[in-house]
Ligand binder design. Structure first.
Ligand code: DQA
Length: 144
């Protein structure tokens, strides 16, 4: 049993990028946290981060046949990408949407998420620990 963890554009810079907004933990820390959380329920994790929308869409398509759910921080694509949303609804896997920062209290252009209504779990503004919470809630949905 496996989960797909997807991190969108610029999240490779976690720890370096705007640490006042996103904190000091790195993408490797995020991937280790989700991997450990999933392992508690006997799940493996396949992690992908890309700055290229199509790479993320391909990874979501590939998950259709061998993953039980998707934890995703779509980053900036949250607010722009119909195609990413369509990929998520197309594969029909349960989705957990994570945002490190509280997008609801930031700029107006971050208030709308194209992913929100295709996700069953939303964890917003809880920092990097929010990925663990999202993973646990997703595993609950899957019945793990
Ligand atoms: C983010 C919030 C987005 O608005 C932003 O574009 C990101 C990260 C977050 O995790 O807080 O890149 O998804």
């Amino acid at each position: 049993r496996r989960l797909l963890l997807v991190n969108g554009p610029n999240l490779n810079l976690l720890g370096i990028r705007e640490p006042d907004v996103y904190g000091h933990e790195t993408l490797a820390d995020v991937e280790a946290l989700v991997t450990a959380t999933a392992a508690d329920a006997g799940f493996e994790v396949r992690a992908v981060q890309s700055n290229h929308e199509g790479v993320l869409i391909d990874a979501i398509h590939a998950a259709r046949t061998d993953c039980a759910g998707i934890v995703i921080n779509p980053a900036g694509l949250t607010h722009t990408s119909v195609s990413l949303r369509d990929a998520l609804s197309g594969v029909a896997l349960p989705v957990a949407e994570v945002h490190i920062s509280d997008v609801r209290t930031r700029e107006a252009f971050r208030h709308h998420s194209y992913v929100a209504d295709v996700a069953v779990v939303h964890v917003i503004g809880q920092g990097v620990p929010g990925y663990a919470e999202a993973t646990r809630l997703l595993l609950d949905q899957i019945g793990a």
